[in-house]
Design a protein around this ligand. Structure first.
Ligand SMILES: *[C@@H]1O[C@H](CO)[C@@H](O)[C@H](O)[C@H]1NC(C)=O
Length: 270
C-alpha cells in the first residue's frame, strides 16, 4: 500500500506539466520498474529510497516491540513456561447445591483420581542447561540424565498441597486407606507439620496472585437478604496450557536425590 502511494507522489507534485504528467502516468501503468526508475527525477528517487528505508525500520521496530511485549507483564522473573501463558475468562462455581465441581464430594477412588490428575505425573520437569541458567534461583542437576536440571512449576506444588489438606480434612476415611505413618504429626504427608506448611504455602500463593475479580451481591428471596456470589467471571491463566507444557517437559527419569554432585549452576548445600 505505502509503495503505491509513494510511487504516485512525484507525479502529483509536478504541477503545471500536465502533458508530461499524462505521459508519465501512462508509462507507470505500462512499463516495468526499470523504466520507472529511469524517468524519475533524482529527488524522487531519493524520496523513494528514504521512504523504503523508513518503512523497513518502522516494521522492524513494530516487530521488535511486538515480540518484546509478548512476555506476560505480570511475570517479573524468568520462567521456562512463560510462553505457555495464555489468558482466558472463566466463570467460577458456587460450590453449593447444583453448582458443584468434580473436585467436591465424599472421598472415593474417583475423587482421588481427579485430584491426582491435576498435578501427578507432570509435577517434576527437566530443564535444559540454558533454562536452568536463566532461573532466578539455582537448581540441582539430574543424575543420569546428562545436562538436565530438576524443576517443578509452583502451581503443581500448590495443587499437591491443597489435595493434602483435603485428605487431612477427611482423616477418618483416609486413615483406613493410607499407611498410618502418613498421618504422623511431624513426618507424615497428612500430619500437622506438612499441613501447616501447605496451608501457608497456599496463603502465599493466593496473596501473590491477588485475584481482583469482583464478587457481586444478589437479592435472595428465601433468605430475605442480599447474598454474595462467587460464581462470577474471572480473568485466568489457561490451566490446560500450563498443564500441557509441564507434561511435555516431564522428567524422563526419576531424579536421584541421594547423590551429591558439584555443579556450577547449583548452589552449595545447606
Ligand atoms: C532464591 O533466591 C532468593 C533471592 O536471591 C534467596 O533469598 C533465596 O534464599 C533463594 N532460595 C533458594 C532455595 O536458594
Amino acid at each position: 500500500m505505502w509503495s503505491i502511494a509513494f510511487l504516485k507522489l512525484p507525479f502529483v507534485a509536478s504541477k503545471g506539466r500536465e502533458e508530461e504528467e499524462d505521459q508519465e502516468c501512462t508509462l507507470i501503468e505500462n512499463e516495468t520498474t526499470a523504466t520507472l526508475m529511469r524517468v524519475l527525477p533524482l529527488w524522487a528517487k531519493v524520496t523513494l529510497l528514504v521512504s523504503i528505508l523508513l518503512n523497513i525500520s518502522f516494521f522492524a521496530a513494530a516487530f521488535l516491540r511486538h515480540s518484546s511485549t509478548k512476555r506476560d507483564p505480570s511475570q517479573l522473573l524468568y520462567s521456562p513456561a512463560q510462553d505457555a501463558v495464555q489468558y482466558e475468562i472463566k466463570k467460577f462455581h458456587r460450590g453449593f447445591g447444583q453448582d458443584k465441581t468434580i473436585y467436591q464430594g465424599d472421598p472415593s477412588p474417583e475423587l482421588d483420581a481427579e485430584w491426582k490428575s491435576l498435578y501427578d505425573s507432570m509435577g517434576i520437569i527437566r530443564l535444559t542447561r540454558s533454562q536452568a541458567a536463566s532461573l532466578p534461583n539455582k537448581t540441582y542437576p539430574y543424575i543420569g540424565d546428562d545436562g538436565y536440571y530438576i524443576g517443578e512449576l509452583a502451581v503443581f506444588h500448590q495443587l499437591h498441597c491443597l489435595n493434602a489438606m483435603r485428605i487431612s480434612l477427611a482423616q477418618n476415611h483416609y486413615r483406613t486407606v493410607f499407611d498410618p505413618s502418613d498421618f504422623d504429626p511431624v513426618e507424615g504427608s497428612y500430619g500437622r507439620d506438612h499441613i501447616s506448611h501447605c496451608l501457608d504455602a497456599l496463603r502465599e500463593a493466593i496473596m501473590c496472585a491477588s485475584d481482583i475479580s469482583v464478587i457481586t451481591w444478589k437479592w435472595n428471596n428465601k433468605a430475605q437478604r442480599a447474598l454474595g456470589h462467587g460464581d462470577i467471571v474471572h480473568s485466568c491463566r489457561n490451566f490446560e496450557k500450563i498443564h500441557d507444557w509441564s507434561s511435555d517437559h516431564r522428567a524422563a527419569v526419576e531424579f536421584e536425590a541421594g547423590v551429591y554432585v558439584e555443579d556450577e549452576l547449583s548452589d552449595p548445600s545447606d
